[in-house]
Design a protein around this ligand. Structure first.
Ligand code: IMP
Length: 197
């Protein structure tokens, strides 16, 4: 079966293709199929993942997989949340977003946060029964960045039991533990069960 991945990120395509390797699915990037960007207007990661998958499936007439992820900080009422990529503005860099995050947390002693990932699979744009998988990875936000790996908020995301930020983890270890790794494994299992029927 061919399926479109509603993301133009080659890293995500590689990661997901590896997770789905045992299944009869050929994953194609939406950027190779000229899919236009979807409006991410949902209030939750799950809603945005569904919007993106539906949009890609409608434009390509293929089954679609989409993900949406970001950082949720308890003391900030869930921000940056679905605006994680654009927290400091539409053209924000990772450094801009991190600066805004650390400023917003000045005076807050509760530093608990989690990365969250929603992954969905739709057979077709009107599929009423999407497969859904989520992953949640808990940590603490620290003021001083540490580590060179990863991207986004990784240098400020401390995993207490490891004593390391996610930017200090080797990529393979991060993939095993992370919100994306958890959701990817769960979606692969759900797809395996569903295609086996
Ligand atoms: P996306 O939905 O995977 O594109 O992620 C949206 C935004 O969430 C990214 O631009 C990052 O700011 C943040 N984010 C998601 N996953 C991670 C992660 O694993 N590490 C650091 N930041 C992340």
């Amino acid at each position: 079966m061919k399926a479109v991945l509603a993301s133009g990120n080659p890293g995500k395509l590689r990661e997901l293709a590896a997770l789905l390797a045992g299944l009869d699915i050929e994953l194609i990037s939406q950027s190779d199929l000229n899919v236009t960007p979807a409006a991410e207007t949902g209030q939750t990661f799950v809603e945005n993942a569904l919007l993106k998958a539906r949009h890609a499936s409608r434009q390509t007439a293929l089954p679609a997989i989409a993900d949406d992820s970001g950082l949720v900080v308890r003391a900030l009422g869930g921000a940056p949340g679905v605006r994680s990529a654009r927290y400091a503005g539409d053209a924000a860099t990772d450094a801009d977003n991190n600066r805004k995050l650390i400023r917003a947390l000045v005076g807050h002693s509760d530093r608990s946060a989690w990365f969250y990932c929603a992954l969905v699979f739709l057979q077709h744009p009107k599929d009423p029964s999407p497969l859904l998988a989520t992953g949640l990875w808990r940590g603490q936000i620290i003021d001083q960045p540490r580590g060179e790996n990863g991207f986004g908020y990784d240098p400020h995301f401390l995993i207490p039991h490891l004593g390391k930020t996610s930017a200090e983890l080797p990529p393979q270890q991060k993939n095993q533990l992370s919100h994306r790794g958890q959701a990817g494994g769960a979606l692969a299992a759900a797809l395996g069960r569903s295609l086996g029927n």
